[in-house]
Design a binder for this molecule. Structure first.
Ligand SMILES: Cc1ncc(COP(=O)(O)O)c(C=O)c1O
Length: 413
C-alpha cells in the first residue's frame, strides 16, 4: 500500500507530562533518605482533601487495590452482589470477583457511556451490597440519583446487612468509580464528596498521575467517622500493622502489632512526589485538555459523520479525561479500519472500552454482549483520540483532519 510519509507524524495516545520539575521532585525524594510512604504521601492526601473539599483522603498504589479494600471493609463476599456497569474497564468488575462476590452488570443508557440509577434499580435484589457507577471519560454520573436510590424505603427494606459496617450503614453502599474524573465538577462542586466513597486512579495515562496510584475519599454518614475509617483502611493496606514504616524507624519506636492479615498496597513518596507536582499545575492541565477537546469538537461538528462526546450537561462538567468520538453508523469492522488507517499515519488512538461481556473471563462467567445492546452500540463505533498536555493545537487539528479523511475513505469503500 502507498503511504505518504510526508504526511506522517508520530503521535502517541496519552504520554505523561514529565519535565524537569517532575524529575527534580523525584530526585529530591530519592536523595532525602526516605523513599516509601511518608511525608510526601501524607502531603498529597491533605492537598487532595483541600482540592476536593473532603474530610478524609487516603492514597494507595492503585484504584484497584484501594476500592477492593473498601469492598472488604464493608464485608462484601460470597453470596453478595455488586452492581457495576457493563461499560467500564475490567478493574471495576474484577475486584468483585477478588472478594468472592458476584458482579451484576448493567447496560449503559442509550446514546450514553454512563449508567442510570433507573437501570441499576432493576437489578437490585436482597443480595445487593454495593453499587458502583462509573464516570466514563471524566464525565460524572448524576450522583444524587444513586444516593437517592439507595435511600428509597423499598430499596432499604430489601437490604440484608451482615456484619457491623453493613448494619451501621443500613443500606447499599455507593462507591463512585471516579478513576477518570479527578477535577470534574458536579453541581458546582469538585467530584469526590458526592457518594459514600469515591475512588480515583492516578495510573500513568490518567489526567493526574503518580505513575501508578489511586486515592479514596471517604464521605460516610454518621455513625461512621471518616478519619477513623481512613485510618483503619490505611492499616489494612499495610499488613494490618499498627505503625507505618516511618513511625517504626523513629528511635525507640520499633515495636508494632499486627491486628489483621492485611494487604500491601501503600503509595510510596516517590510516586506521591510526582502527584504533588501534577496537582500544583492541574488547572493548567485541565485547561489544555479542554482546549484540545474543543478543537476536535469544532472540526467534527462541521461534518455529519460523528456523535461528539459530551463534556457538560445541566449538572456536571467533565475533566476532559478522554475524547470519546463515535463514528455514526460505523460497524466494529469499519471503526477498526479507521483506527488502522490512523495508525498508518502515525496517530495512536484507543477504544474505551470493550464492554465486559466481550472479554473472555466475563464470557466464561456467562455474560453475553447481546444482553447489553447499548454498551455494544457505544463500543462498536467508538474511537478515543489523543489528549495530553504536550499535544500542540496544530497536531490536534491535523489529527482531526485525518480522522475525517480516514472515515470518509472507509465509508466510500
Ligand atoms: C473506569 C476505571 N476504573 C478503575 C480503573 C483502575 O485503576 P488503577 O489502574 O489505578 O487500578 C481504571 C483504570 O484504567 C478505569 O479505567
Amino acid at each position: 500500500m502507498f503511504l505518504n510519509f510526508a504526511s506522517m507524524r508520530n503521535i502517541p495516545f496519552s504520554p505523561p507530562r514529565v519535565d524537569q520539575t517532575t524529575i527534580n521532585a523525584v530526585v529530591e525524594v530519592l536523595q532525602s533518605g526516605w523513599i516509601t510512604t511518608g511525608p510526601k504521601t501524607r502531603l498529597l492526601e491533605s492537598k487532595i482533601s483541600d482540592y476536593c473539599k473532603a474530610e478524609a483522603t487516603l492514597c494507595l498504589n492503585s484504584w484497584t487495590n484501594a476500592v477492593e479494600l473498601i469492598l472488604r471493609w464493608f464485608g462484601v463476599g460470597p453470596g453478595d452482589e455488586v452492581i457495576v456497569p457493563a461499560y467500564t474497564y475490567s478493574a471495576t468488575g474484577n475486584i468483585v470477583f477478588h472478594v468472592g462476590a458476584t458482579p451484576v452488570l448493567v447496560d449503559c443508557d442509550k446514546d450514553s457511556f454512563l449508567v442510570s440509577a433507573a437501570a441499576i434499580k432493576e437489578k437490585i435484589t436482597s443480595k445487593t451490597k454495593v453499587i458502583m457507577p462509573v464516570d466514563i471519560g471524566g464525565m460524572p454520573v448524576d450522583y444524587e440519583q444513586f444516593m437517592d436510590l439507595v435511600r428509597l424505603p423499598e430499596v432499604k427494606q430489601l437490604f440484608q446487612p451482615k456484619g457491623e459496617n453493613q448494619k451501621n450503614l443500613g443500606r447499599i453502599l455507593v462507591i463512585s468509580d471516579a478513576a477518570h474524573s479527578f477535577g470534574a465538577n458536579y453541581k458546582g462542586k469538585r467530584v469526590g464528596t458526592q457518594c459514600d466513597v469515591a475512588g480515583f486512579s492516578f495510573h500513568a495515562v490518567k489526567n493526574l498521575t503518580t505513575a501508578e496510584g489511586g486515592a479514596l475519599i471517604f464521605n460516610l454518614p454518621e455513625p461512621f467517622v471518616n478519619a477513623e475509617i481512613r485510618a483503619s483502611i490505611n492499616i489494612s493496606a499495610l499488613h494490618g500493622q499498627t505503625k507505618d514504616a516511618l513511625s517504626k524507624t523513629q528511635a525507640g519506636q520499633w515495636r508494632y502489632d499486627i491486628i489483621e492479615a492485611g494487604y500491601k498496597c501503600n503509595m510510596t513518596d516517590i510516586h506521591a512526589a510526582i502527584g504533588l507536582v501534577e496537582l500544583e499545575r492541574y488547572q493548567e492541565t485541565l485547561d489544555k485538555r479542554e482546549s484540545i477537546c474543543e478543537i476536535y469538537n469544532s472540526v467534527f461538528s462541521k461534518h455529519n459523520l460523528f456523535v461528539l462526546p459530551e463534556f457538560h450537561n445541566e449538572f456536571a462538567d467533565s475533566c476532559f479525561h478522554l475524547y470519546m468520538l463515535r463514528v455514526k453508523n460505523a460497524s466494529e469492522e469499519q471503526r477498526d479500519s479507521i483506527i488502522k488507517r490512523l495508525a498508518e499515519r502515525g496517530i495512536s488512538t484507543n477504544v474505551h472500552f470493550q464492554p465486559l461481556p466481550l472479554l473472555t473471563y466475563y464470557k466464561n462467567q456467562g455474560f453475553r454482549i447481546n444482553d447489553f445492546p447499548n454498551a455494544w452500540s457505544q463500543y462498536e463505533s467508538e474511537i478515543s483520540l489523543p489528549v495530553y498536555f504536550d499535544l500542540s493545537e496544530a497536531d490536534a487539528l491535523w489529527i482531526a483532519e485525518n480522522v475525517i479523511e480516514c472515515t470518509q475513505q472507509v465509508f466510500s469503500k
